[in-house]
Ligand binder design. Structure first.
Ligand code: OFO
Length: 174
């Protein structure tokens, strides 16, 4: 496997693992605040990020590279509010999108069309995740300080009325 491509994919392995840890911390925070629907949503999202990490690792190894297991720093565990949680989640997803786009660039520069094809799944995934995070954030802003609205929002997340789009988490190939 092209060494430059291998390096950016392994860097992405670390970013997906960090995403998983970050959303796990958010899930735990929400659970401790009694926001069980939000916690369920975030635990699932954390699991999905781990699947994204595994999918990358398997691809690197299958292509003759060597997937590196990242050492991770402790994620932020305290949040100011539910809005703060989803604002940070959206900002984090935007950074991940930039990183995926940078991988696309490297694939084209190195003429690695197989990895370019593989990484397209992540390009679509990021589109969906960004859209979902924006939808949720808009709803939270709309609710403002309304306790009944917050209760219904949390219940909707619990019942998955606000859903991660269908392709998320499928991570084909695992
Ligand atoms: Fe891995 O999809 Fe979000 O970060």
């Amino acid at each position: 496997m092209n060494k430059r491509v291998e390096k950016v994919l392994n860097d992405q392995v670390e970013k997906e693992a960090l995403s998983s840890q970050f959303y796990l911390a958010m899930a735990s925070w929400a659970e401790n605040k009694g926001l069980n629907g939000t916690a369920k949503f975030l635990y699932t999202h954390s699991d999905e990020e781990r699947l994204h990490m595994l999918k990358l690792m398997k691809f690197v190894n299958e292509r003759g590279g060597s997937a590196a297991v990242p050492g991770l720093k402790k994620p932020q565990e305290e949040f100011d509010s539910l809005e703060n949680v989803f604002q940070l989640l959206l900002e984090h997803e935007l950074l991940v999108t930039e990183s995926i786009n940078a991988i696309v660039d490297v694939c084209l520069q190195e003429k690695d069309y197989t990895t370019h094809n593989f990484i397209q799944w992540y390009v679509s995934e990021q589109l969906e995740e960004e859209a979902l995070a924006r939808t949720i954030l808009d709803k939270i802003k709309l609710i403002g300080g309304d306790k009944a609205g917050l209760y219904m929002f949390d219940r909707d997340l619990e019942n998955s009325t606000i859903q991660t789009p269908p392709s998320s988490g499928n991570a084909p190939g695992i």
